[in-house]
Design a protein around this ligand. Structure first.
Ligand code: NAD
Ligand code: KPL
Length: 301
């Protein structure tokens, strides 16, 4: 069965190249005919791994000319996912499966709600990739991807064996929401502060008190949302992630400094929205969100 992949960006290309080189059929779905023409001019995707570039001539279609789809990896940013899913809805076959690779929370639910007959799986990944040019992606950080059913525990799909075959490190999770919440909380602790202090992750070690206060507020939120296991030991893991990624700029910092749209609405924005929904007044989070939004607006001006 063909793996259709929407979005030939960083993670979409990384998945597409690894699946294709292990002999699996892959089809790329590009935004429109112009983007398809650009792809055809580039002659395929290039994946740079351990400094070595490999070229892959994968079949591609524009979203509007997509063949019928049984299995789809949605590899766009969270803010593009609901519209992309709506665009592809008429092409999804009965019993189709959709894998949502978005960071944060909120977009997965919006997609699942708009596609009631489709099995929506969510993924949470610690792999790292970036685009060094159009259709050229660098595999920058080995990691792991957890997959699970958004609607709760269910049997793992048989195609996980294909991920194994493609060398994509993964596990099936019976509680993917917990994983997504935990990653969201870690991102909410690190990413906004890295933007506001304009620093690498490691420099956040100078802001222990702020991290501690933030983690307490995030834990309160997680508890209120029924995510107590995602709340446990949050500060300790945040400090571990800061140490492990000390030399890096967070993804949000990179987005802001390069003038790109951020996924804030699906990270700290989502956290604040959920706090309000649960009747919690978490001034620490609200204040951070406001300062972050002001900084993002200033960066765009
Ligand atoms: P990206 O911006 O590199 O790629 C997204 C691609 O989707 C772009 O090429 C864009 O043109 C395309 N796209 C958007 N809407 C489309 C549509 N309607 N039709 C066709 N194509 C469309 O993004 P990315 O870095 O690959 O991130 C994807 C998601 O994975 C994000 O939520 C991100 O937070 C998450 N993530 C990324 C990394 C990473 O290292 N890059 C790691 C973990 C999680
Ligand atoms: O996921 C991250 C990001 O930069 O988005 C880390 C490195 C974990 C920091 O939150």
């Amino acid at each position: 069965m063909t793996w259709y992949i929407l979005g030939a960006g960083s993670l979409g290309s990384l998945w597409a190249c690894r699946l294709a080189r292990s002999g699996l059929p892959v089809g790329l779905l590009l935004r429109d005919r112009q983007r398809l023409a650009d792809y055809q001019r580039a002659g395929g995707l290039t994946l740079v791994e351990h400094g070595q570039a490999q070229h892959y001539r994968l079949p591609a279609h524009s979203v509007t000319d997509s063949p019928p789809i049984q299995r789809l990896l949605l590899a766009c940013k969270a803010y593009d996912a609901p519209a992309a899913a709506r665009q592809l809805a008429p092409r999804l076959q009965p019993g189709a499966e959709l894998i949502l690779l978005q960071n944060g929370l909120g977009s997965q639910q919006a997609v699942a709600d708009s596609l009631p007959g489709v099995r929506c799986l969510a993924a949470s990944s610690t792999e790292g990739a970036f685009r060094q040019a159009d259709f050229q992606v660098v595999f920058a950080g080995q990691g792991h991807t957890w997959l699970g059913d958004l609607r709760g525990a269910s049997a793992a799909p048989s195609w996980l064996a294909e991920l194994q075959q493609a060398g994509i490190a993964h596990s099936w999770s019976d509680d993917i929401l917990s994983r997504l919440w935990r990653k969201l909380a870690i991102n909410c602790a690190i990413n906004p502060l890295s933007v506001l202090h304009d620093c690498r992750n490691g420099q956040l070690r100078d802001h222990q008190e702020a991290l501690q206060t933030l983690c307490q507020a995030l834990q309160q939120l997680l508890q209120a949302c029924g995510q107590s296991s995602a709340a446990q030991g949050l500060l300790a893991e945040v400090m571990q992630v800061i140490a492990a990624t000390a030399a890096n700029f967070s993804s949000m910092h990179q987005d802001v400094s390069q003038g790109r749209r951020t996924e804030t609405d699906y990270l700290l924005g989502y956290a604040c929205q959920q706090a309000r929904l649960h009747g919690l007044h978490l001034a620490v989070l609200e204040d951070l969100l406001q300062r972050l939004q002001e900084r993002q607006a200033a960066a765009r001006a």
